[in-house]
Design a binder for this molecule. Structure first.
Ligand SMILES: Nc1ncnc2c1ncn2[C@@H]1O[C@H](COP(=O)(O)OP(=O)(O)OP(=O)(O)O)[C@@H](O)[C@H]1O
Length: 239
């Protein structure tokens, strides 16, 4: 579904991604882990068209999407849930959700999709008319995912969904990601929470200083000395 080849992204003279190649198959959950500054957010931003690639290619469903605008990519089925959630604090939960559907014209289907989101995250039903800045961090993360779902994505890009959240809330968020996968939504997730990433993802890539240090089936990573060396080695080197 997603095919990235030799992707390079720079901010001025800082090379954030230095030749990334990565694949995500339909209905897979794939994680990208790595320490602070490894380039994880840049990777998602480049896929979503928010930052420009200096070289390399990104294909989505067999079509080259490199260099396309984020708005155009949303209509092709690609939704980003950015780090920090970027919800609108002064708007209600209902208004934030509807903003996710601005590219759609099928109003009745939108109402049905809002109902699906509220069924997935029942706390948002209780908070439906409240301003989003009154929500807890976990509720805001649920709202951000719900808003992304309103665009009916086939591929969901999640940037650190567990950041700053209590384990019970993180478990709920990942439960939702799995439920979405069962409905046919593919997910590429960036995480610093290694344990959570490995338990949720079918396959995992380790990103270090803008390059892929290791990749494979997540189940084979746990307790694997080569993985520990690759991951903790790069994490240590990044300190
Ligand atoms: N807007 C920017 N301008 C300049 N440099 C940037 C910018 N955004 C990121 N960088 C640099 O690019 C590199 C990769 O950053 P990126 O945020 O993608 O890493 P990350 O793995 O997501 O880290 P974190 O977990 O801290 O978000 C870092 O060296 C960072 O300082």
């Amino acid at each position: 579904m997603l095919k990235i080849r030799d992707l390079h992204v720079s901010y001025g003279n800082i090379a954030a991604l230095r030749g990334i190649s990565l694949d995500v198959g339909k209905s897979e959950i794939v994680a990208v882990i790595g320490p602070n500054g490894a380039g994880k957010s840049t990777l998602l931003l480049a896929i979503a068209g928010v930052v420009r690639a200096r070289a390399g290619s990104v294909e989505f469903d067999g079509r080259a999407i490199t260099g396309q605008q984020p708005e155009a990519l949303v209509t092709t089925g690609l939704s980003l849930v950015p780090e920090g959630r970027h919800i609108f604090g002064s708007l209600s939960v209902a208004e934030n959700l509807r903003l996710g559907a601005t590219v759609r014209r099928d109003r009745q289907e939108v109402a049905r999709d809002i109902d699906r989101v509220l069924a997935m995250f029942p706390i948002l039903r209780e908070r439906y008319r409240q301003r989003a800045n009154k929500l807890s961090g976990g509720e805001q993360q649920m709202l951000a995912i719900g808003r992304a779902m309103l665009a009916r994505p086939r591929l969901l890009l999640l940037d650190e969904p567990s950041l700053g959240l209590a384990p019970l809330i993180v478990a709920q968020i990942y439960e939702a990601v799995r439920a979405l996968r069962d409905q046919g939504v593919t997910a590429l997730i960036v995480e610093q929470n290694v344990g959570r990433a490995l338990s949720a993802a079918d396959r995992t890539y380790v990103l270090s200083s803008g390059v892929i240090a290791m990749s494979g089936k997540s189940a084979e990573f746990a307790g694997n000395a080569a993985f520990d060396a690759a991951y903790f080695g790069v994490a240590e080197a990044a300190r």
